[in-house]
Design a protein around this ligand. Structure first.
Ligand code: GDP
Ligand code: MG
Length: 595
């Protein structure tokens, strides 16, 4: 295709503002998907995505569109909307010349609208602002148009108004994409350079790699090279998605398509990497490549210990399609054998545990999420801690924790409540801006404070109106300590936590109290203690009982006695021993999940 007849764009929006629905309408209006084959959220392929209505992996689709007698190829790249996947969002944006900034006309601008807009501006994209859901009675197009114009400039009356639901305004929007978004430019004669913006595992075809050609050309059967690793593969098939895969004779400057090399693991075809030809390789890769780095860690354990091999196999499988997932075996006194897993963020953690539950039928328990700490001991040793139970004993010289730049958007009435919450989480205010009726608050905050139920608190203090976005901004030294929980003097590893010194007492008393209520009485007294090193900071006691279930039966009914004995045996199966103390596994699980 002549690059002058190509337009590459993406839709950026806050979650639920209607990106997938608008994409559906575009597929229909352009005749890319016939009406009879249309189903809601056509591009969201994973079951979880469709059920939860979120896009986890981005997809690209090519659509024909005619303007003024000329035929154009529109490549629409659907980006994931969530902060956990912001690196993937940034790579999808780098594959485009323009972006549709979609804003719900009833809601207005939200945190991820801004985060994605800033990413689009960093990538020099032409922005087309669009109001969506104008069919809603609650839509307030005038107010929201002004919000948008305040933000990006321009005339509020120029902003297109569409409904992804009814299809109103969608054709005009496609015309505008052709008019406003620049055609791609690149050097057709230079060595091939293609940027990978997505990499998807397919159990039949192996890894399908989505690319944007920047320079040169790639053809089927050609030997190609991954520039970050130098690994060579053969391009077995090259094609475009429209939206089902259609093989083609190659991809040239400005085109968006897929290629299949037969590799079986997305780590061999990494998002952000540059593909070149083996025969005539490019000298410099395209800028912007980074390896995905897990930010949040949690231990995953099967409820039934005999499921451990299934869990291992399941993780091996998921890793094929998820380059960011990391894991290694771990054992816990309280929970048995499991894996310490690394995730991009909390949603990533949730998605993986949900896929393990659903696709592999596993019952799992996850320990409280934790972040990466860099600990320097008094004798100068440096230790990276992703699991509180690995925190070094003895004297600590310094601890560093990750910090994120947080942006919170909410109606301005909630400013006080939000500031109070952020301060209680050791946030420091970086800036504040009013956008009409809404306010954006920017804080630097320890990531460890955010992974600990921050979002729930933010939502409840703002009646659900606040939205949150964050990005890494380095690390800082902090006065952190490890709090251990002990049962009769024995540490229960799954409950150790790294917290700020000021919160240690609160955490210790809360956990000790929870466990006292959950652990049944034993034949002897059991002290529950919270401690920092050897110093006990909180204590609860489970009083002793004589546990004799038969005493209730007055020696009478034999069959009833037997039933009780069997019941007791049944209960014992799921008991864990911590020192001499018998604890039902359910108690640990309930204490971890806080209910
Ligand atoms: P995404 O998270 O941005 O992909 O949003 P979705 O496309 O999944 O839409 C979120 C919700 O808004 C769904 O319940 C849609 O049915 C609804 N929705 C999307 N577009 C419109 C619209 O134009 N009008 C109305 N009334 N509802 C819409
Ligand atoms: Mg969606």
């Amino acid at each position: 295709t002549d690059p002058a007849k190509i337009r590459n764009f993406c839709i950026i929006a806050h979650i639920d503002h209607g990106k997938s629905t608008l994409a559906d309408r575009m597929l229909q209006v352009t005749g890319t998907v016939p009406d009879r084959e249309m189903r809601a959220q056509y591009l969201d392929r994973m079951d979880i995505e469709r059920e939860r209505g979120i896009t986890i992996k981005s997809q690209a689709v090519r659509m024909p569109w005619d303007v003024g007698g000329d035929s154009y190829a529109l490549n629409m790249i659907d980006t994931p909307g969530h902060v956990d996947f912001s690196y993937e969002v940034s790579r999808s944006l780098a594959a485009c010349e323009g972006a549709i900034l979609l804003v719900d006309a009833a809601q207005g601008i939200e945190a991820q609208t801004l985060a994605n807009l800033y990413l689009a501006m960093e990538n020099d994209l032409e922005i087309i602002p669009v109001l969506n859901k104008i069919d809603l009675p609650a839509a307030d197009p005038e107010r929201v148009s002004r919000e948008i114009a305040d933000l990006i400039g321009g005339d509020p009356d120029d902003i297109l108004k569409v409904s992804g639901k009814t299809g109103a305004g969608v054709e005009e929007l496609l015309d505008r994409v052709v008019e406003r978004i620049p055609a791609p430019v690149g050097n057709a004669d230079a060595p091939a350079r293609a940027m990978i913006f997505d990499s998807v595992y397919d159990s039949y075809r192996g890894v399908v790699t989505y690319v944007r050609m920047i320079d040169g050309r790639l053809t089927p059967r050609e030997k190609i090279r991954m520039m970050s690793t130098g690994a060579d593969h053969e391009a077995l098939e090259i094609g475009v998605s429209s939206p089902e895969p259609v093989p083609s004779k190659g991809l040239s400057v400005g085109e968006v398509g897929y290629l299949i090399t037969g590799v079986k693991d997305v780590r061999q075809s990494k998002v952000g990497d540059t593909i070149t030809g083996k025969m005539n390789p490019a000298e410099e890769p395209l800028p912007g490549y980074t390896d995905p780095k897990p930010m949040v860690f949690s231990g995953l354990y099967p409820l039934d210990g005999s499921d451990y091999p299934i869990l291992r196999e399941a993780l091996d499988k998921l890793k094929l399609s998820d380059a960011a997932l990391q894991y290694e075996p771990e054992t816990s006194v309280a929970l048995g054998f499991g894996f310490r897993c690394g995730f991009l963020g909390l949603l990533h953690l949730e998605i993986i545990s949900e896929r393990l539950r659903r696709e592999f039928d596993l019952d799992l328990i996850a320990t409280a999420p934790s972040v990466i700490y860099e600990v320097t001991t008094d004798d100068g040793k440096e230790v990276t801690v992703t699991n509180p139970s690995e925190y070094p004993d003895g004297k600590i010289a310094a601890v560093r924790e990750p910090v994120v730049k947080t942006a919170i958007l909410a109606p301005k009435d909630y400013v006080g409540a939000i500031m109070e919450l952020c301060q209680s989480r050791r946030g420091s205010l970086l800036g504040m801006e009013y956008l009409g009726e809404r306010v954006e608050l920017r804080y630097s905050m320890p990531l460890g404070e955010i992974v600990f139920d921050f979002f729930d608190h933010l939502k409840s203090r703002t009646q659900g109106y606040a939205s949150l976005d964050y990005e890494p901004m380095g690390d800082q030294e902090a006065d952190l300590v490890k709090v251990d929980i002990l049962l009769q003097g024995d540490k229960v590893d799954a409950f150790s936590a790294i917290v700020h010194r000021d919160n240690a007492y609160h955490y210790g008393t809360m956990m000790a109290e929870r466990l006292r209520k959950l652990i049944p009485r034993q034949q002897f007294e059991v002290p529950i203690q919270a401690a920092i090193g050897a110093r006990v900071i909180a204590r609860e006691t489970i009083r002793a009982i004589r546990k004799d279930v038969l005493a209730k039966c007055y020696g009478g009914d034999i069959s009833r006695k037997r039933k009780l004995l069997e019941k007791q045996k049944e209960g014992k199966k799921r008991m864990k021993m911590v020192g001499r103390v018998e604890v039902p596994q359910e108690a640990f699980i309930a204490a971890l999940s806080g209910d």
